[in-house]
Write a protein that binds this ligand. Structure first.
Ligand SMILES: *Cc1c(COP(=O)(O)O)cnc(C)c1O
Length: 350
């Protein structure tokens, strides 16, 4: 691990190891960028200070007036970044349901610079068909960006399905221990060179970079990523099935359930169905809030993808544009024993 912000030159004034100043590049970041690119099967990895910093780099790499097609249930931070911040710089955002291919095709009748996908989506776990949307977008000359934070490369490899760019909030599953903040972009070999150059320039000049220590933490976490995600997926699948039969539950959102409207697409593009699920408690806002406040083993907190289970009442944190049902709880399944988690949910549901 190297924590230096600057790097000594030798007696001839030459750089040792190619690094000059840590914002531009450093050994820890280079190691994690290579690892992330390899995990996603991409050609270039860029690490950022947060998922939002990675998303901002993408919008900043576009030109004023560029039109982008975004999912209608996009992560709320990305939504507000596009509509509150980059709209002032001329970004034109159109929102569609990307699980509806006809809607995507209609949105691509007008010129679009990129199509953004997030699958499974947050917090209703909608699944969009990555390969089919990428094919439509590429035919229209648009870049395809896939936010793969929830699926992780363990379950889905968007670049192999036609995406040009994969985005991660490494704060979540890739970090996996709720102790670092980070983001990443991985570009496929066919991503335009000028787009890559602008992303690299923004990463460096805007200083949108992670600390060397966080890069080291992230690299450490990647060695357990496949084991964590597979265990969390198995526990989530069991809990989703149990919740679906519980009398106090109105609806369960989990792509592994045969009742999920896009279960077959999920089965095609995911090797398991992930550790995230949402459910609606009968009785709406007040009933959901009461359950979130009664859990004991599970922690009531935002974020996801860590070794500890987290539950969150989503609607109140998403702001005025939220379309999330008021009784919805989002559940990030950790590595606790499934029987203990089931018992905690059972006592909280009463
Ligand atoms: C958390 C999250 C982000 C934002 O990442 P930060 O690291 O919090 O900036 C983006 N997309 C998804 C799907 C997320 O869950």
């Amino acid at each position: 691990m190297v924590l230096s912000s600057t790097f000594a030159r030798d007696a001839q004034g030459q750089l040792l190891g190619g690094h000059i100043y840590s914002r531009t590049s450093n050994p820890n970041r280079a190691a994690v960028e290579t690892a992330l690119a390899t995990l996603e099967g991409g050609a270039h990895g860029l690490a950022f200070a947060s998922g939002q910093a990675a998303s901002a780099a993408i919008f900043a790499a576009l030109a004023p007036g560029d039109r982008v097609v975004l999912p209608d249930d996009l992560y709320h931070g990305t939504r507000y970044l596009a509509t509150n911040e980059f709209a002032r710089w001329g970004l034109v955002a159109e929102f569609v349901d990307p699980s509806d291919l006809a809607a995507v095709q209609a949105a691509l009748q007008k010129p679009a610079r990129l199509v953004w996908l997030e699958t499974p989506s947050n917090p209703r776990l909608k699944i969009s068909d990555l390969a089919a949307v990428a094919q439509l977008a590429r035919a229209a000359g648009a870049l395809v960006v896939a936010d793969n934070t929830w699926a992780t490369p363990v379950l889905t490899r968007p670049l192999a399905l036609g995406a040009h760019v994969v985005l991660h909030s490494t704060t979540k599953y890739l970090g996996g221990h709720s102790d670092l903040l980070g983001g990443a972009l991985v570009l496929g070999a066919d991503a335009p060179a000028d787009f890559l150059a602008r992303l690299r320039s923004w990463q460096n000049l805007a200083g949108a970079v992670p600390a060397p220590f966080d890069c080291w933490l992230l690299l450490r976490s990647l060695s357990t990523l496949p084991l964590r995600v597979r265990a969390q997926s198995a526990t989530a699948a069991e809990l989703a099935a149990w919740l679906a039969g519980h009398p106090k539950i109105e609806r369960v959102y989990y792509p592994g359930l045969a009742s999920h409207p896009h279960h077959l697409v999920a089965a095609q593009q995911m090797s398991a169905f992930g550790g995230m699920l949402s459910f609606e408690v009968r009785g709406g806002h007040d009933a959901a809030k009461a359950v979130a406040c009664r859990v004991q083993l599970i922690t009531q907190a935002t974020s996801l993808g860590g070794v500890e289970s987290l539950i969150e009442h989503r609607r109140p944190v998403e702001g005025p544009a939220s379309v999330t049902p008021p009784g919805l709880l989002r559940f990030s399944v950790g590595l606790e024993h499934v029987a203990d988690l089931r018992a905690d949910l059972a006592q909280a549901l009463g």
